[in-house]
Design a protein around this ligand. Structure first.
Ligand code: GDP
Ligand code: MN
Length: 400
């Protein structure tokens, strides 16, 4: 599960990481009020930031550093009336429904720090770079040596000496060393305590030297967290951060019907039962030159309504040029699937090629039902096995 930056900042602040204060606004009026608050409190910068579940906001013009209330107003007006398009959003962009208006800081240097699970080494690992900010992807791709990696001890987490060493290697000096090391420790601890799958601060900034802080201050000004869905039952605070407005509507609808649906980028909709069969179906589609448009697992005991809903979800994706149904009827008999297919043909309509492969309980009854509905489903073909099914749908849709 993904959360908003303002929610991630809240978790960091609660863990004791220095984060500038800010407020959430859903209208220009609220944003202006929040900016007035920042300047009234003696701040010289208010930052207006779109709250969407995607990064790359700075380059897209959806993070604005403002020196006056008027600047904050125009930034808010722009962001709330334009969709944000960045390399991390769909091509049509994302609607911005909320803004964070935070007090800003002067920046001497930007760093990147994150904790995530490295499957290769089977450890949580802290990664850090002295070249943080909006070009970290470019740094990682072209100069991997500029990215430092520190595995976390599975029991003890990040050792304090390892945190200090990292702070030195990142180039912090004087009093900023301890501040940075402390933040790294708190970030690593929060990652584990909250069952996160990613805890990223980018940028972590060092402020310029001042009279009160001759070595500068280390402050987190952007945060991105994701969490393990399977742990949400014991993370009530995180669960409450869920924002349905930011999720794929089809995935939410599927969830309501007990279907596991993941949208992918291809053209072949796959309706399958069981995660293992779903995986092998996607493998076969790819092996034969196609690209799956989704992963849709109707599960073991789906009702006819749930299966009809599954077809509706698949067919509502304009990229879907064909549908492959691959069901092994066990607890769910094949004839129920056949009835759902026929019902969907009536209520939703199949304009695109449909390949059906059924096997298992009541398969003969299911085939009879499908045969008798052939005139209502001119685009339907039946297949005898998995390979035959994958070949047929790829032939009907065309290779990716
Ligand atoms: P992202 O582009 O979605 O990752 O959004 P960020 O919150 O990381 O902001 C992008 C960039 O805007 C940062 O790397 C900074 O260079 C700049 N920025 C953000 N907040 C501040 C701030 O408080 N002060 C200054 N001077 N720059 C900021
Ligand atoms: Mn950032």
């Amino acid at each position: 599960m993904r959360v908003h930056e303002f929610q991630a900042r809240q978790l960091l602040a609660e863990a004791g990481v220095p984060v500038p204060t800010g407020g959430v606004a859903t209208s220009v009026h609220e944003a202006v009020q929040a900016a007035e608050g920042v300047f009234a409190a003696g701040g010289s910068i208010a930052v207006v930031k779109a709250q969407v579940h995607a990064g790359g906001r700075g380059k897209a013009g959806f993070v604005k550093v403002c020196r006056s209330v008027d600047e904050a107003r125009s930034a808010a007006e722009f962001m709330l009336s334009h969709r944000m398009v960045s390399p991390q959003t769909p091509p049509e962009g994302l609607e911005v429904k909320r803004l964070l208006v935070a007090s800003g800081v002067d920046i001497a240097k930007e760093f990147y720090v994150a904790v995530l699970t490295d499957r290769g080494s089977r450890r949580n690992v802290l990664i850090a770079s002295a070249e943080g900010g909006v070009d970290i992807e470019h740094v990682a791709a072209t100069r991997p040596e500029a990215i430092l990696k520190q595995p976390l001890d599975p029991v003890a987490g990040l050792h304090p000496f390892a945190a200090r060493l990292l702070a030195f290697r990142l180039g912090f000096t004087g009093k900023a060393v301890n501040q940075a090391a402390d933040i790294l420790l708190k970030l690593a601890r929060t990652f584990v305590q909250k069952d996160a799958t990613l805890a990223e601060i980018n940028p972590l900034v060092l402020t310029p030297a001042s009279r009160d802080h001759p070595d500068g201050q280390v402050i987190a000004i952007d945060a991105k967290f994701t969490f393990d869905d399977n742990a949400l039952f014991r993370q009530k605070q995180v669960e409450a951060f869920f924002d349905p407005a930011e999720e794929n509507p089809a995935e939410i609808r599927a969830h309501a019907f007990g279907l596991s649906y993941v949208a992918l980028n291809g053209t072949i909709g796959c309706l399958v039962n069981g995660a293992g069969l779903a995986m092998s179906t996607m493998d076969l589609v790819k092996l034969h030159g196609g690209e799956p448009a989704n992963f849709l697992d109707v599960g073991g005991g789906a009702s006819e309504e749930a299966v009809t809903e599954a077809f509706r979800i698949i067919l509502s994706d304009p990229r879907v040029n064909g549908v492959l149904v691959n069901i092994f009827g066990g607890i769910m008999p094949c004839d129920r699937i056949a009835r759902a297919i026929i019902a969907s043909a009536k209520s939703v309509g199949f304009q695109v090629p449909l390949v059906v492969r059924l096997e298992g309980t009541n398969v003969h009854e299911a085939r009879r039902l499908l045969e008798s509905a052939r005139t209502e489903m001119p685009t339907m073909q039946t297949a005898w096995d998995l390979t035959d099914a994958a070949r047929r749908i790829v032939a009907a849709v065309g290779r990716a």
